[in-house]
Design a protein around this ligand. Structure first.
Ligand code: IPD
Ligand code: CA
Ligand code: CA
Length: 267
């Protein structure tokens, strides 16, 4: 299956434009511990769902704010996080993104992450699938090819962390890990959007990002971006993650991911 990417860009930009509605962002519902959803999340999902159905009626949608129990992953499926970084959105912290990926028959077809505040649109189309000419496949930021960093040592690395904010039972383990890594790298960052974190690894702004127990919509698009930008995405043991399931995610330029698994993540 091939997608006319410009159509997808227009759709995610239309969704991202809704982030600026501060009244809707203030209409908040609590989903669980530290876990919120706003009217913006629902509005963005509904708009994108409608547009996707108009263009590609045969493709299923897995979305954070809907029931996904009927999804058949052996067929084509969009994986959408309408607002990745809802807590940031509530605080007008300006680090949130629309994240949308397409998988077909278990294989990635394309991924898009749109950051409306900076108007940065990241996208990736896997080259491995063939049939695409040079310049059409790979990873891009606003249409220009991007690549992961060249960092080879912890001492030259800037590393982004995710705190698994909805699962405080892992806080001791997580913060111990953050401390050990912090002491060896240049510094750590906590952006508050896993999609943006992975997009930043893909374009070399950071050298690695990791977080326990992410959901498919948090990493589905970012994973394609990092891999097409020359990096790797694994779980904390260095194995390939399952895009259909919740799991721990480590995206990196490759080398720094290897170091993190070897030296810090062998709990
Ligand atoms: C969250 C963000 C956050 C990460 C959480 C995610 P949401 O997504 O990506 O950075 O720490 O694990 O659930 O809830 O804002 O879509
Ligand atoms: Ca998310
Ligand atoms: Ca979300």
């Amino acid at each position: 299956m091939q997608i006319e990417m410009q159509k997808l860009f227009d759709i995610v930009k239309e969704g991202g434009a809704l982030f600026r509605n501060r009244e809707e962002a203030a209409r908040i519902r609590v989903k669980g511990l530290s876990d919120y959803v706003t009217e913006v999340d629902f509005h963005v999902q509904e708009l994108i769902r409608t547009r996707l159905v108009q263009e590609w009626p045969q493709v299923q949608l897995m979305g954070e704010e809907k029931d996904n129990s009927e999804i058949d992953f052996s067929k084509a499926v969009w994986i959408l996080d309408p607002v990745d970084g809802t807590t940031n959105l509530i605080h007008d912290f300006r680090q949130s993104a629309v994240s949308l990926a397409l998988y077909d028959g278990g294989k990635p077809v394309c991924g898009v992450i749109y950051q409306p505040y900076t108007e940065e649109l990241f996208h990736a189309v896997p080259c491995a699938r063939g049939g695409r000419s040079k310049g059409e496949c790979g990873a891009f930021l606003n249409g220009k090819p991007i690549h992961v960093s060249n960092a080879k040592t912890m001492g030259e690395s800037l590393i982004s962390i995710g705190t698994a904010p909805y699962e405080h039972e892992y806080a001791d383990r997580n913060f111990d890990l953050f401390k050990r890594i912090f002491l060896d790298c240049q510094d750590i960052r906590r952006l508050g959007s896993a999609a943006v974190d992975l997009a930043y690894v893909a374009c070399g702004r950071t050298d690695a990002f990791f977080e326990m127990n992410l959901k498919p919509w948090d990493f589905a698009a970012g994973r394609i971006l990092v891999e097409e930008a020359g990096g790797t995405v694994t779980d904390f043991a260095g194995n390939s993650p399952d895009f259909r399931k919740k799991g721990s995610i480590l995206g990196s330029n490759g080398k720094i991911g290897e170091l993190l698994v070897e030296r810090y993540m062998n709990f």
